[in-house]
Ligand binder design. Structure first.
Ligand SMILES: [Zn+2]
Length: 123
């Protein structure tokens, strides 16, 4: 990953108070150890919540690595967005994710019991 993209990812991470832009889960940016200790997770579980650089406008659609195009998303949300064909835009995807989270049909069930996800905010 280019250094500039890492920088934008870290900026978005801080800006979003370490929360995934889609599912609102807590994420970690560089070192998982504190995150693993806080939520009592193995590395394998913590890995799903690693902060990734999400291109709001996809690279294949001409989206770049500039700050306005990069958001912080957990690994799960980042990977799944592109399994939809065509990939939904960020607003639509956020709605899909939040509805699924409310139904406990997004992350694995253990996720809902360890405090990674906040109480869902009213929309
Ligand atoms: Zn997420």
């Amino acid at each position: 990953m280019p250094a500039s993209l890492k920088k934008q990812r870290s900026h978005a991470y801080r800006n979003q108070e370490a929360r995934c832009i889609y599912c609102n889960a807590a994420t970690w940016d560089k070192d998982p150890s504190e995150f693993m200790a806080r939520y009592g997770l193995t590395f394998e579980r913590a890995k799903r919540f690693q902060c990734t650089a999400e291109h709001l406008r996809a690279r294949c659609d001409g989206g770049g690595n500039d700050r306005s195009n990069i958001a912080a998303a957990c690994l799960t949300c980042n990977q799944r967005r592109h399994r939809f064909i065509p990939a939904p835009n960020p607003e639509r995807y956020a709605k899909i994710v939040r509805a699924a989270v409310e139904q406990r049909q997004w992350h694995r069930l253990w996720v809902f019991d360890v405090g990674i996800l906040p109480q869902m905010r009213p929309t």
